[in-house]
Design a protein around this ligand. Structure first.
Ligand code: CMP
Length: 141
């Protein structure tokens, strides 16, 4: 089925100036960008976005990192977009990411791991709504 998923290019990859290279990976995988913006998250924003990880030991470092510089948020659309985006990103830990994936090529560590992608349909809907309103989501048949 055609799905939408929320993707972020994290501060490390924005700082490396590889936004275009990462967008190209999405497009080559058949994913269409239907919304996009650069934003600087506040500590409060990051805390809310990652609230599901509140009890995890990496929560504070993750939130600090995510508001350390601007990020790109985008909505990707396509057949099986959620799984496809996760395939293109590679494993969370870049040391385990398959060759040719975004994280294998651009990530430095499990925290500074270049990209985020929604993990399921329900979280995708929540994460898309966190960044974008109806006017910012475009139809690209
Ligand atoms: P992301 O897909 O953005 O979702 C949560 C983030 O927490 C994850 O990517 C990693 O960057 C970060 N993180 C740090 N340590 C861990 C860990 N041990 N397990 C999972 N995620 C981690």
């Amino acid at each position: 089925a055609v799905e939408r998923t929320l993707s972020m290019i994290k501060p490390d990859a924005v700082a490396k100036n590889v936004i275009g290279e990462i967008y190209s990976r999405f497009e080559k995988a058949g994913l269409r960008i239907v919304a996009s913006k650069m934003v600087q998250l506040s500590a409060e924003d990051a805390g809310k976005f990652y609230a599901v990880h509140k009890e995890r030991p990496f929560y504070k470092d993750l939130c600090d990192f995510m508001c350390s510089g601007p990020i790109m948020a985008q909505v990707l659309e396509g057949e099986n977009a959620i799984a496809k985006n996760r395939e293109v990103m590679g494993a969370t830990n870049p040391k385990e990411a398959a060759a040719g994936t975004i994280r294998a090529d651009f990530a430095d560590s499990i925290d500074a791991n270049a990209v985020h992608g929604s993990d399921a349909a329900e979280t995708a809907a929540q994460e898309i709504a966190f960044f974008f309103n109806a006017f910012e989501l475009c139809d690209r048949p």
